[in-house]
Design a protein around this ligand. Structure first.
Ligand SMILES: Cc1cc2nc3c(=O)[nH]c(=O)nc-3n(C[C@H](O)[C@H](O)[C@H](O)COP(=O)(O)OP(=O)(O)OC[C@H]3O[C@@H](n4cnc5c(N)ncnc54)[C@H](O)[C@@H]3O)c2cc1C
Length: 401
């Protein structure tokens, strides 16, 4: 069935559709519009132009799509150095709810090398089946071969839903897969549920800098794909003795080729914790004035057992590595407590931290936008306030030991 058609009893042969078609796909024949589907790219210009509703794009409604072959909720089980990352457990926790609602199996995809022993960590947390791809070429993440392998598995097994973490790896991998398999992708979701009437995945994510929540469905394509924000969903709990099926997948060598090559791995020279994992984050911005003043941030972070974050201004100035950047083009974090020190609170920064449970802002400008999202605001000089806070927390925490 053609994806676009003329509704003959409505067409009056006015020819307007032919005039607006940028691909010369529409002509008139015997007083009716005629579509050359090979030329048409479904841009919809003719549908909009037709005053008689005589042209229909069938794919757009989704009503004629048959997705009955697509089955199962999949999560991409991210691993680093052979260790499954906690985001995979969060995805399993959320995936379980979706799979139960849809009455479908929950499956994990594990790609790497020498990772067989990690399978139990996935099945014990709810995976009914693990698709395992174990090849030396896949020992560490590389966009190209990982995307090709995942596309191959999607073609073989046709999952209904495929979830990734909104991590550096997930954000790199998911769009490549989406383009290759012609699927939709919603980035950075904070909520997932199933629409009972249609069985479609309802994907919720903050937009416009966190000011509104958007609900998105990919009704016309399968699998429905989303990246999910770290630390928003609860991790699936381990059920002792729970087992699942393991499907060892064979992959053609051609899929493992990569145009990029890893030369070496250089660990970051930082002693503080990864902010994506931190329950407390102390962040510094341009208000610190000089790189050496990040010491004030690190001192407080150390006392609180917190991670160190920063605004982009501080990263751009070379005061702190990019991995600490919070915001639209940095990390999205959701700690229990977020300290913003000398950070003005521009919308791009707020996009990465405004869903923190408690926000404490220190800024000498009482009108700084950060105070609009802060639960507690300290108006004053951070060079005075930060040492005092560090000292007081040290005392209080020591006395409570
Ligand atoms: C496409 C795009 C993406 C971006 N992505 C990001 C992103 O991911 N993350 C991000 O952070 N930004 C991002 N930005 C940049 C963003 O717009 C701001 O420029 C940046 O967040 C400002 O950083 P800041 O708050 O540290 O600096 P400023 O805006 O310069 O604020 C410094 C603050 O420090 C206060 N201050 C100064 N001295 C003191 C003192 N002694 N005591 C107390 N307070 C003091 C000042 O009152 C001021 O409010 C992006 C911008 C664009 C265009």
């Amino acid at each position: 069935m053609d994806p676009i058609c003329i509704v003959k009893h409505r067409c009056v042969g006015c020819g307007l559709c032919g005039k607006v078609c940028p691909f010369a796909a529409l002509t008139l024949k015997e007083g009716l519009a005629l579509i050359d589907v090979d030329k048409c790219n479904l841009c919809g210009a003719c549908v909009e132009a037709c005053r008689y509703d005589a042209i229909e794009i069938r794919q757009a409604s989704g009503a004629l799509q048959d997705f009955s072959d697509y089955h199962g909720v999949w999560v991409f089980a991210e691993q680093k150095n052979g260790i499954i990352q906690t985001i995979a457990y969060e995805l399993l926790g959320e995936g379980r709810k979706l799979a139960d609602t849809l009455k479908m199996p929950l499956c994990a995809v594990l790609i790497g090398h020498d990772i067989q022993k990690q399978v139990a960590a996935l099945t014990s947390r709810g995976a009914d089946r693990v698709y395992l791809v174990d090849r030396a070429e896949l020992a560490y993440f590389q966009d190209e071969p990982y995307a090709k392998v995942l596309c191959e598995l999607v073609h073989r097994h046709k999952p209904a839903i495929l979830l990734y973490g909104a991590t550096s790896i997930g954000r790199s991998l998911a769009p490549r897969v989406a383009v290759a398999i012609d699927a939709g992708l919603t980035a950075d979701c904070t909520g997932l549920s199933i629409i009972p009437e249609t069985g479609n995945l309802l994907q919720t994510r903050p937009t416009f800098g966190g000011n509104i929540m958007a609900s998105i469905i990919s009704s016309d394509n399968r699998p429905q794909m989303a990246t999910v924000r770290h630390k928003v969903m609860k991790e699936a709990v381990v059920v002792e003795g729970r087992n699942g099926e393991v499907v060892v997948e064979q992959i053609a060598d051609a899929l493992l080729h990569s145009r990029t090559r890893r030369l070496r791995f250089e660990p970051e020279q930082e002693t503080t914790m990864n902010i994506a994992e931190a329950n407390i984050i102390v962040s510094g911005g341009r208000g610190l004035q000089e790189p050496k003043n990040f010491r004030l941030i690190r001192d407080l972070a150390e006392v609180l057992g917190a991670g160190v974050g920063s605004s982009r201004a501080a990263v751009d100035a070379g005061w702190i590595p990019y991995s600490h950047q919070v915001g639209q083009t940095g990390k999205t974090v959701c700690p229990k407590i977020y300290f913003a020190c000398g950070i003005s609170g521009q919308i791009q920064h707020l996009a990465g931290m405004s869903s923190s449970d408690l926000i404490i802002a220190i800024n000498k400008d009482k009108d700084a936008p950060i105070f609009k999202v802060a639960n507690y605001g300290l108006v004053g000089d951070l060079f005075v306030i930060l040492p005092l806070l560090t000292q007081e927390f040290k005392k209080v925490l020591k006395s409570s030991e």
